[in-house]
Design a protein around this ligand. Structure first.
Ligand SMILES: CC(C)(COP(=O)(O)OP(=O)(O)OC[C@H]1O[C@@H](n2cnc3c(N)ncnc32)[C@H](O)[C@@H]1OP(=O)(O)O)[C@@H](O)C(=O)NCCC(=O)NCCS
Length: 163
C-alpha cells in the first residue's frame, strides 16, 4: 500500500499549490466557462492567493505527500455569516484536489477528513462545500463522508435560454 502523509502546507509548497490549484480551476472552467472564470496567469494567481491564505489565522492549507511529492491539497477557511443566504458563520472546504496519477487510493478521503478536522480546530460549527453537478467522483466522495445536499446554484446567461 502507498504511504500518504497529510500535513500542513508551508511556503515551500507554494509552487505545487499553484500547479494543483490551476488544474482545479481549469477543470471547473472546462465544465462551464461562463460560470467559472480563469484568473490569468492561472498558476501565478493561485500561488499569490495561497501565499496570502497561509498567513491567515482563519484558514488552513493541507497537502498530501507521496514519496516526498505533493499529489493533492485542501484549502479551508471559516467564513462569516451571510444574511442574504441565511447561512450562519461556517467552515468552508473551498478547494480539494488530488492529481490524476494519485486518484483512487484513498488520498481524497484522507484529505477531506483532515480538512474537516482543521475546520473543527478553527471552531467551525458546520462544514460547507460546493460541488459541480457534473462532478460525480467528488459528489460520491462527499456523500460517502456524510455531507448532504443543502443548496443548488442555478444560472441563466440572458440571451442563451429558450427566449
Ligand atoms: C474527487 C477527488 C478529490 C477524489 O479523490 P481520490 O483520491 O481519487 O478519492 P478516494 O480514492 O479517496 O475515493 C474516495 C471516494 O470517492 C469516490 N470516488 C473517487 N473516485 C471516483 C470515481 N472515479 N467515480 C466515482 N466515485 C469516485 C468514491 O465514493 C470513493 O469511495 P470508494 O473508494 O469507497 O468507492 C479527485 O477525483 C479529484 O481531485 N478530482 C478533481 C478535483 C475535484 O473535483 N475536487 C472536488 C471539487 S471541489
Amino acid at each position: 500500500m502507498t504511504a500518504v502523509e497529510i500535513r500542513r502546507a508551508n511556503p515551500a509548497d507554494l509552487p505545487a499549490l499553484g500547479r494543483l490549484g490551476a488544474l482545479l480551476a481549469r477543470q471547473h472552467h472546462g465544465y462551464d466557462p461562463r460560470r467559472y472564470f480563469l484568473p490569468e496567469p492561472v498558476e501565478e494567481e493561485y500561488v499569490r492567493f495561497y501565499q496570502a491564505q497561509l498567513a491567515r489565522p482563519d484558514a488552513a492549507l493541507l497537502v498530501a505527500e507521496v514519496a516526498g511529492r505533493v499529489v493533492g491539497f485542501a484549502f479551508v477557511r471559516v467564513e462569516p455569516a451571510e444574511f442574504l443566504s441565511l447561512l450562519s458563520a461556517s467552515g468552508w472546504i473551498h478547494d480539494l484536489f488530488v492529481e490524476e496519477s494519485a486518484r483512487g487510493m484513498g488520498v481524497g478521503r484522507r484529505l477531506l477528513d483532515a480538512a474537516v478536522e482543521e475546520l473543527c480546530r478553527l471552531r467551525a460549527s458546520a462544514v460547507m462545500l460546493s460541488v459541480a453537478p457534473q462532478n460525480e467522483p467528488a459528489r460520491r466522495l462527499f456523500l460517502g463522508r456524510g455531507f448532504r445536499f443543502a443548496l443548488q446554484e442555478m444560472r441563466l446567461d440572458p440571451g442563451t435560454g429558450p427566449g
